[in-house]
Design a protein around this ligand. Structure first.
Ligand code: GRF
Length: 203
């Protein structure tokens, strides 16, 4: 049975994409293969990372389409052309409608930089998550990989990892530590887990 075909959707720097590429290189994702990277932001550094790794990459801009449905239609076409099985949102900041998410039940994964259900849902993205965690004074934060459904950050949780908050943390230092100690480890692990399960179901 061949490896499951994985697409990674990005908007920014793509360090989580890089963690997936590195994991794939060292053989840590034997059940899946990254076949496509889609960015909704022109010139996102993640596209460069895809190029360097020899992965086919596409830019699909919301503003190039007159409606959300047409924008999502373009993403769906790209996914279908590449015969994608699993979609990974790795710092993908565009909203996906229920019509998109319901098309791929238990096939879209997202990484969120907190321990869900804390500091998640609408408006909690990027540094805002870490600002809110520090504001609240939590002593532990972390990252969560979950399936994506119609509720923002509300799908089934796959993996979580806790990271200690330090007294002198700034949103930036906390963000970096959570990425290094949690996100970059959890995401490849979750992708392998989901691909392996999917292969198992197929066999
Ligand atoms: C990460 O913190 C991720 O948890 C969040 O967006 C950020 C993306 O960073 N969803 P990168 O583009 O992978 O470097």
């Amino acid at each position: 049975m061949s490896a499951k075909r994985v697409a990674v959707l990005v908007s920014g720097g793509g360090t989580n994409l890089q963690a997936l590429i590195n994991a794939q290189r060292r053989g840590a994702i034997p059940s899946g293969k990254i076949e496509l990277v889609v960015s909704n932001v022109e010139g996102a550094y993640a596209l460069e990372r895809a190029k360097k790794a020899g992965i086919s990459a596409r830019t699909i801009l919301r503003r190039a389409y007159s409606s959300q449905a047409e924008f999502e239609g373009a993403i769906i076409r790209a996914l279908e052309e590449a015969q994608i099985d699993i979609i990974v949102l790795a710092g993908f900041l565009a909203i996906l409608s229920e019509s998109f998410t319901s098309r791929y039940p238990r096939r879209i994964l997202n990484i969120h930089p907190s321990l869900i259900p804390s500091f998640c849902g609408e408006g909690f993205y990027g540094l805002k998550v870490h600002e809110a965690a520090l504001q609240k004074g939590v002593k532990v934060s972390g990252a969560t990989v979950h399936f994506v459904n119609e509720i923002p950050d509300g799908g089934e949780i796959l993996l979580q990892k806790a990271v200690a908050v330090r007294a002198d943390d700034t949103p930036e230092t906390l963000q970096k530590r959570i990425m290094r100690l949690a996100e970059w480890k959890l995401l490849p692990k979750a992708v392998e887990m989901v691909c392996a399960e999917m292969k198992e179901r197929d066999s």
